[in-house]
Write a protein that binds this ligand. Structure first.
Ligand SMILES: [Fe+2]
Length: 193
């Protein structure tokens, strides 16, 4: 792993402490923080999680930041890896959140797999975007966002967002997103809640 202690100068280039490793498509390096979610932690997000192993891994997020979290203008860099599969027919998805700062936009870039990005505002406007390798998604600061893996491979999405964005999960817990995405023989079906 690349050491973090390398100190670059204007005339002495150093390798970055974090990189996008290929072909694994993971953000790796010593300063990267990994967090993960299992079904047991998010079972209430699904319509029906009865009978499904709560230890089922749903997704992991690898995050890196170079500057101080509290400094306005600094950015997180991250990669979400969302597992394929369903919970009683409902595709694996992220918890989803609003940013506490409605001015804090976020960029997603699809890098592997296929899925959907659910977006909604507190006013009830909603849209769904297709996520695929190369898709670029500009999430406005006031839009809640959730990823859904509708493919058979891990869905990997690279993201950049302000370190001061903050996360509001409670509004999602209370009201959810306007659609749920289920598997069917004909492909993903978006069902209104
Ligand atoms: Fe976000």
């Amino acid at each position: 792993m690349t050491p973090t202690s390398a100190t670059g100068t204007a005339t002495t280039p150093v390798p970055t402490p974090v990189e996008l490793t290929l072909p694994a498509l993971l953000v790796t390096g010593e300063p990267v923080q990994r967090s993960g979610k299992t079904l047991g932690e998010l079972s209430s997000s699904y319509l029906d999680a009865q009978g499904v192993d709560p230890a089922m891994p749903l997704y992991a997020v690898d995050v890196w930041q170079r500057g101080e979290t509290a400094q306005v203008g600094n950015l997180f860099v991250g990669m979400t890896t969302l597992q394929p599969g369903t919970v009683n027919g409902e595709y694996v998805m992220t918890r989803g959140h609003y940013h506490q700062d409605p001015n804090a936009a976020e960029i997603y870039v699809g890098v592997a797999g296929e899925g959907l990005l659910l977006l909604m505002t507190r006013d009830g406007d909603a849209r769904t975007e297709q996520v695929r390798p190369g898709s670029i998604h500009h999430i406005l600061g006031h839009e809640a966002h959730r990823l859904v893996n509708t493919g058979s491979e891990p869905l990997k999405v690279f993201a950049v967002w302000p370190t001061t964005a903050g996360y509001d999960y409670e509004a999602i817990n209370a009201d959810g997103f306007p659609v749920r995405v289920f598997a069917s023989d004909a492909g993903p079906v978006l069902q209104p809640r």
